[in-house]
Design a protein around this ligand. Structure first.
Ligand SMILES: Nc1nc2c(ncn2[C@@H]2O[C@H](COP(=O)(O)OP(=O)(O)OP(=O)(O)O)[C@@H](O)[C@H]2O)c(=O)[nH]1
Length: 350
């Protein structure tokens, strides 16, 4: 019997909006759907892949470059090909784009693939409602990402009051009047919204009042911000760069907390897996900072080496300073009974 093509759903959204959180939620809750995952991270170290490792039915990781440009469509086709082989028995594939990917280029890449075993299943766009207003000012192209979404997840509702949320929702609806939007904390979305929704007509086919992708691409091609690859010069990742840090020695919690709280100039996003050698605190610590908001989760090590990997992303970063400050935050054995409290104050449930 020939299988229906497997939907490929793209999850995009700016740095730190909650894409990995959404993905992990889907993997935990979409019990009837076997999900394959393709994670793209901007840095050389793919923290996102580490954070979902072992949970997906199949995971392929593409690092060191933004999927929409640096990774070519042959690479994506090969990666998806590994997920759709019959033995993997996967029902749906989610591509988690890097936080600075250009969704249009990514959609175009997926819709352009010739593999009959897959089909484009729509764009889910995650918005950090706590930061979206500033973000739209800093990066007006975000509006164009919202315009082409098929489902908009208004995440981090806990960070804003009801009136602010209503205002943001009205703005989003003005930008995209047809895609449903869902307000969430910790990206708790009903998986059916993504996977059943992928049976509906996604925006490769026209919905009333919405531009088709072809319309959008054509509109885009008419602008002078288009390069010879036929996609916009104004990719977010033109401005962003990342610095990676890895060590197999434990970190000093107090000094790491100081780094997370007062990161180097230009830094917007920090994420990492961290090991401390403090009695009672030797679990795996997953540290995040998004625009100055720090969060830490703790999990058991799952047999992997107990090492530290941290990625720092920003615009105009001084990478030498990042490396220097993180190297100075490696545990040098100085006794500090209470330093760990500087980290535990940020711990949330996994
Ligand atoms: N306050 C709050 N924090 C959240 C919420 N959802 C996710 N976070 C936190 O936001 C941080 C970033 O979440 P991720 O899911 O890693 O974001 P991402 O979009 O995958 O990040 P990048 O891949 O770096 O672009 C983490 O610390 C999450 O725990 C939420 O609803 N409220």
């Amino acid at each position: 019997m020939t299988r229906a093509p497997i939907p490929v759903v793209i999850v995009a959204g700016f740095l730190g909006s909650g894409k990995t959180t959404l993905l992990n939620h889907l993997l935990r809750t979409a019990s009837g759907t076997r999900i394959g995952v393709l994670v793209n991270d901007f840095g050389a170290v793919n923290i996102d892949a580490m954070l979902i490792a072992g949970q997906a039915d199949g995971t392929v990781s593409l690092s060191n470059g933004c999927i929409c440009c640096s990774v070519d469509s042959d690479g994506v086709q090969a990666a998806l090909g590994r997920l759709v082989r019959p033995a993997a028995r996967i029902d749906a594939i989610v591509i988690e784009a890097s936080g600075i990917a250009e969704p249009r280029a990514l959609i175009r890449m997926v819709t352009g693939l010739t593999d009959p075993r897959i089909r484009y299943g729509g764009l889910v766009y995650v918005v950090d409602v706590g930061g979206i207003e500033n973000l739209r000012v800093r990066h007006p192209e975000i509006d164009r990402h919202i315009e082409i979404a098929d489902l908009i997840v208004l995440n981090k509702a806990d960070l804003v009051d009801v009136d602010t949320l209503a205002g943001i929702r009205a703005t989003i609806e003005r930008l995209n009047g047809t895609a449903p939007s869902v307000v969430t904390c910790d990206a708790v979305v009903d998986p059916e919204m993504l996977f059943d929704a992928s049976d509906r007509a996604v925006s490769t086919t026209p919905r009333s009042g919405q531009l088709t992708l072809d319309d959008l691409f054509a509109a885009c091609a008419g602008r002078d911000d288009v390069d010879h690859h036929d996609h916009p010069h104004t990719h977010l990742h033109d401005d962003y760069e990342s610095a990676d840090f890895e060590t197999d020695r434990p970190m000093n919690p107090r000094r790491l907390a100081a780094f997370l709280e007062r990161p180097p100039a230009g830094c917007y996003r920090i994420k990492g897996v961290v090991a401390f050698d403090v009695p009672g605190h030797r679990q795996k610590h997953i540290v995040h900072s998004v625009g100055g908001f720090v969060r830490v989760q703790r999990r058991a090590w799952a047999g992997e080496p107990r090492t530290t990997s941290i990625v720092v992303i920003g615009a105009g970063l001084d990478r030498a300073e990042v490396t220097e400050r993180l190297a100075a935050a490696v545990d040098d054995g100085t006794p500090d009974d209470h330093g760990i409290l500087r980290i535990t104050r940020y711990v949330t449930a996994p």
